[in-house]
Design a protein around this ligand. Structure first.
Ligand SMILES: NC(=O)C1=CN([C@@H]2O[C@H](COP(=O)(O)OP(=O)(O)OC[C@H]3O[C@@H](n4cnc5c(N)ncnc54)[C@H](O)[C@@H]3O)[C@@H](O)[C@H]2O)C=CC1
Ligand SMILES: O=C(O)[C@@H]1CCC=N1
Length: 266
């Protein structure tokens, strides 16, 4: 089974690299790029053959759409003639419903996937939803692409904008928190490199503990918080700063942005 990544930008490259890392033969992986320099860069880095969208769509069994949602309509116009119902389209596009593809590629099975950048280290969270013509077999095929690069989960499609707000964009929120902690360490007089190492290892250790202990985060937080101690003093400030409300508002804003992208690309 051959796979083409169409629109190999930041996320598309992570998926492309993951496909190759998981042992897929290089002659079964195709990638397209808008700019020739980008195509050459990908060819050099991964040993793949750069092809046009039309050619990729004609050759590959699975077409992974990695362009921005705003560019998806134009891409589908380019490849429409090559995409039969025997293909599987996997969309990585935030906000775009599978109906967007169904309107342009009638009868073609589509699986919508929201993954995230920790794909780079095989720690992605990839969340899949079937479109109207996607069968169990199509879902299994799509899962096979993403399972080697992290965890996968299926949700009904109506939950995908919320998924995008949480796990799609989520790495950015956590990086922001780490960045803020580094700056705070510097404010307290730590050398920047020391502050960086401390913040990163604390994030990694806390994340592994969250995953491996299976404990609720509130319980893990309580175990750090000594009575009358330093953590309680810090948490009071974070609560006063409205950190929880900020997250509620942030995820709502991301969800709403996904909805408005969909509305503007109708
Ligand atoms: N960056 C992320 O963390 C995530 C991104 N996504 C989704 O992935 C998609 C790509 O996002 P990014 O990689 O961040 O953007 P990007 O801008 O880095 O990648 C898009 C790529 O598509 C190329 N492109 C556009 N039209 C093309 C065409 N007709 N033919 C060939 N190539 C074309 C662009 O030149 C660019 O390299 C978006 O739909 C986004 O919603 C989803 C989850 C996470
Ligand atoms: O910012 C974005 O629109 C994409 C979708 C989720 C993460 N990045």
């Amino acid at each position: 089974m051959s796979v083409a990544v169409m629109g190999t930008g930041k996320l598309g490259e992570l998926v492309l690299a993951g496909l190759l890392r998981s042992g897929r033969p290089v002659d079964q992986v195709l990638a397209t790029a808008r700019r020739p320099e980008r195509a050459a860069e990908l060819a050099e880095r991964y040993g793949i053959r750069p092809v046009s969208n039309e050619s990729a769509a004609a050759q590959a069994d699975v077409l992974v759409v990695g362009v921005k949602p705003q560019d998806a309509g134009k891409l589908l116009d380019e490849v429409r003639g090559q995409v039969t119902a025997a293909k599987l389209v996997v969309s990585l596009c935030a906000g775009l419903p599978t109906s967007f593809f169904a309107e342009r590629l009638p009868d073609v099975p589509v699986v919508r996937v929201m993954t995230n950048t920790p794909a780079l280290v095989d720690q992605a969270m990839s969340v899949l939803s079937p479109g109207a013509h996607a069968t169990e077999e199509h879902m299994a095929t799509a899962e096979q692409l993403f399972q080697p690069i992290g965890r996968t989960l299926r949700v009904p499609e109506y939950q995908q904008d919320a998924v995008t707000a949480l796990s799609g964009s989520g790495p950015a929120y956590l990086y922001l928190v780490v960045e803020a902690m580094v700056e705070a360490g510097v404010l307290l007089g730590l050398p920047r490199t020391v502050a960086h190492d401390l913040a990163v290892q604390t994030a990694v250790g806390s994340a592994v503990m969250l995953r491996d202990s299976g404990e609720h985060p509130a319980l893990l937080r309580e175990s750090v918080t000594s009575p009358g101690g330093t953590t309680a003093a810090a948490l009071r400030e974070l609560e006063a700063g409205g950190v929880r409300t900020a997250f509620l508002n942030a995820l709502e804003a991301a969800r709403d942005r996904a909805r408005s992208i969909a509305a503007s690309t109708k």
